[in-house]
Design a protein around this ligand. Structure first.
Ligand SMILES: NC(=O)c1ccc[n+]([C@@H]2O[C@H](COP(=O)([O-])OP(=O)(O)OC[C@H]3O[C@@H](n4cnc5c(N)ncnc54)[C@H](O)[C@@H]3O)[C@@H](O)[C@H]2O)c1
Length: 243
């Protein structure tokens, strides 16, 4: 428990599980009021399918107040070979991972600028946006777009005191990673743990990361501890990117 986010409000997407859920519990433990958004009802404050991008402006306008912190954490990954990447999946990946995040940034910043308030926006990218991973063409491209978009937004919003940074995790132990292992296991006809083992053994730290280890970086970027940091992409990947 601490007070690094005391008095702040945060909106976190992808709230129902994995990294988003870890960010929410850490932010709350540091004194923030946090609103979670997910398409999965139950473990979240607001149920919204971010693929329905036309609903985003109305959703932001309906919030009790404008959050000081936005964490765009919701994301999807489709794992399939190059020749099976189809336009519909490609577009859906970009719609959720990129367009929805952009619209949330734009809508929330509009309100912050209008009221002269500062803010911190954190976009969940991936080290897949910096290095190619087999069978994840559209996912990697969408995360490269998230990194680029974060830098562009940082340029435009910096004069208004709104900081924008990206986090690029590597292999983190969440339902998404287990889902990727399952998809690869079906493609290769080996058990899911056998698809993860060689990846983890190749990491300098020799283990997967935890959702809380990513949340700790999000806390730094959300809090005033990073008050002079904007337009950056932080890797939290156990050293995988060095390979
Ligand atoms: N797990 C990893 O190894 C890893 C690595 C790099 C980057 N990331 C990124 O971190 C973020 C979170 O990953 P995670 O591992 O916690 O994933 P996860 O799949 O475990 O959780 C993602 C959450 O986002 C929600 N979501 C997905 N699509 C949505 C939509 N259309 N509308 C609303 N909510 C939606 C899901 O319901 C789920 O609760 C993602 O952006 C992911 O790309 C994860």
């Amino acid at each position: 428990m601490g007070d690094r986010l005391a008095g702040k409000t945060a909106l976190v997407t992808g709230a129902a599980q994995g990294i988003g859920a870890a960010i929410i519990s850490l932010f709350k433990s540091e004194g923030a009021t946090v609103w979670g958004v997910d398409r999965t009802p139950g473990a979240t404050d607001y149920t919204l399918d971010l693929a329905n991008i036309e609903d985003i402006p109305g959703f932001v306008a309906s919030l009790p107040s404008t959050p000081d912190i936005l964490v765009n954490c919701a994301g999807i990954v489709l794992t399939r070979p190059f020749f099976e990447v189809e336009a519909a999946g490609f577009e859906r990946t970009f719609r959720i991972n990129v367009t929805a995040s952009f619209l949330l940034m734009q809508e929330i910043s509009k309100f912050l600028v209008k009221s002269g308030r500062q803010g911190s926006i954190i976009n969940m990218a991936s080290n897949s946006g910096l290095m190619p991973k087999l069978e994840q063409l559209d996912y990697g491209a969408s995360k490269a777009a998230v990194i680029s978009m974060s830098r562009s937004a940082a340029l435009s919003l910096g004069p208004h005191g709104i900081r924008v940074n990206a986090i690029a995790p590597g292999v983190i132990d969440t339902p998404m990673t287990q889902g990727i292992a399952k998809m690869r296991s079906e493609l290769r006809g080996v058990p899911p743990e056998e698809t993860l083992r060689p990846v983890v053994e190749g990491l300098p730290l020799r283990r997967m990361g935890t959702a809380d280890e990513v949340a700790q970086l999000a806390l730094f970027l959300a809090s005033d501890d990073s008050s002079f940091v904007t337009g950056q992409t932080y890797l939290v990947d156990g050293g995988q990117w060095m390979h």
